[in-house]
Each structure stands twice: as C-alpha cells, then as structure tokens.
Design a protein around this ligand. Sequence first.
Ligand SMILES: NC(=O)c1ccc[n+]([C@@H]2O[C@H](COP(=O)([O-])OP(=O)(O)OC[C@H]3O[C@@H](n4cnc5c(N)ncnc54)[C@H](OP(=O)(O)O)[C@@H]3O)[C@@H](O)[C@H]2O)c1
Length: 246
Amino acid sequence: MSEKSALVTGASRGIGLGIANRLAAQGYSLTISARDEQRLTEVADTLKAAGAPRVVAVAGDLADPDAVGVLTERHAAEFGAMDALIVNAGVGTAGAIGDFPMRRFDKTLAVNLRAPVLLLQQCLPLLRVAAAANLGRGAKVVALSSITGVYSEAQLGVYGATKAALISLVSTFNTEESGNGVTATAISPAYVDTDMSAWIHDKIPAEEMIEVGDIVELVDSLLRLSSKAVVPNIVVTRAGTDGLRA
Ligand SMILES: NC(=O)c1ccc[n+]([C@@H]2O[C@H](COP(=O)([O-])OP(=O)(O)OC[C@H]3O[C@@H](n4cnc5c(N)ncnc54)[C@H](OP(=O)(O)O)[C@@H]3O)[C@@H](O)[C@H]2O)c1
C-alpha cells in the first residue's frame, strides 16, 4: 500500500496533538507545525515512536503568510500528495465588540481565517493528487471551528466570527471540490479541555469540558468515510448545558 500523508497545524499541543497521535498510530506520515520549535521537535519524535513512518516538523507563525508557504512546500517536496489536511491551529481571544483592539482583531483573522484560506489554496493540488489515486476514499480536510461560529457567546464575537467564516469556507469548498473527491468538514465544539480553555476554569472546570479524545474520535471517523459522503459541520455541545453555549 502506498504511503498515506497528512498535514496537521497546531500539532504540538491540545486537539492537534491528539489528532496527530491518532494519525501516527494509523501509519500516516505527517507534516506538523507550531511556533515553538523545540516542543515540535520533541513531538515529532513521539509521533515516530507512535507509528508515523516519516514526520516533517516545520516551525513557524501562521500569522505570517510566508510561513504557510514554507509549510506546504515542505509537505509537497517530501510527499507529493496529501490524504488529509487538518486545519487546527487557532488563537482564542476574548473581548467585547464595543472596545475590541484592532491589532488583536488583525492577528486573530490572520491565524484563524487567512492561514486556513492559504492552506486550502496551497494544499488543494496535493489533495487532488491523493483523491485521484484513491477514488473510493478521496482526500479529506478537517477544520477546527467552534460552537461560537454557530451560536453567539458574549466576549467571543471576533473569535466566533472567524470560526463562522471557517464553516462557510468549508461549505463552499465542498460545493467546488467534493465532486472530485476532496471533501471538507468543520468541527465546531464547545469548550474542550486544553491550554486554550484554561482561562475560564474559574467558571467552567476542566471536568465539565469536552475531552480532546472526543474530537479525535470524530476526526478518525471522518477520515474513514467514502468519498461519496460529505459532512459539512459537526457541532459538539457540552453535557449539562442547553447546547447553545460554549
Ligand atoms: N479548546 C477549546 O475549548 C476549543 C473549542 C472549540 C474550538 N477550538 C479550536 O480548536 C483548535 C485547537 O485548539 P486547542 O484548544 O487545541 O489550542 P491550544 O491547546 O492552544 O493549541 C494550539 C496549537 O496551535 C499552535 N499555534 C497557536 N498559534 C499559532 C500560530 N500563530 N502559528 C502556528 N501555530 C500556532 C500551538 O503551538 P505554538 O503555541 O507553539 O504555536 C498549539 O500547537 C483551534 O482552532 C481552536 O480555536 C478549541
């Protein structure tokens, strides 16, 4: 069987690390990215030990458009195709719309929306190669959105707007590409227990949050679907809530 490969952004911690570990155990070769180079190199070693035949670690800040280009070019040079693109890296940022600082707005948009658009653009030729080589399975994109992209949450307006845009982007991507075997899914969870959600532990303890493993199971299932099935968005709510809040 030919080598399967995936690119996972934000693979050094939290949800991205969970997904990368599962893909490694399933024998995917991986390109992984995050800013902290040392941590990323350590993660690359653990992913190899977990079963990934090859792991390419590319450190960089995805707020920088050039960093996205470096990342996707490394994957292209190493693998020449891409079975799965996991658009996971994102920044969480809280603040009321009334006085949200525009510098923070620009940074949030750069990481949470501009980088995903660039990733889709630049990975598409590689995803099409993988889909053409495996017509039954196709190639998959999974993008980490958020429940704040679906329902309103005070203080998370700008963050939620980038996540709503991601859901829209995934939907249009499917309209354009799914007929040729490249399909995409947004996953839109409420609070997941990671570093990103630690700031709200005084109100929502870690034990009441969705587990990283729950998101990993969903990604795993999505990657095993045939190319005939398109799942545009999966909303994951938190037990004990009305399902409309993070
Ligand atoms: N946790 C939640 O409650 C929750 C809920 C819904 C959706 N999500 C979404 O799920 C995704 C993953 O979240 P998480 O909770 O796993 O986050 P996390 O624990 O904060 O991890 C974020 C990952 O992305 C990397 N990263 C952050 N900023 C980056 C940048 N500018 N350039 C490149 N890499 C960057 C981090 O590594 P470095 O710091 O080394 O760069 C790390 O590997 C995000 O898109 C988030 O919005 C999270």
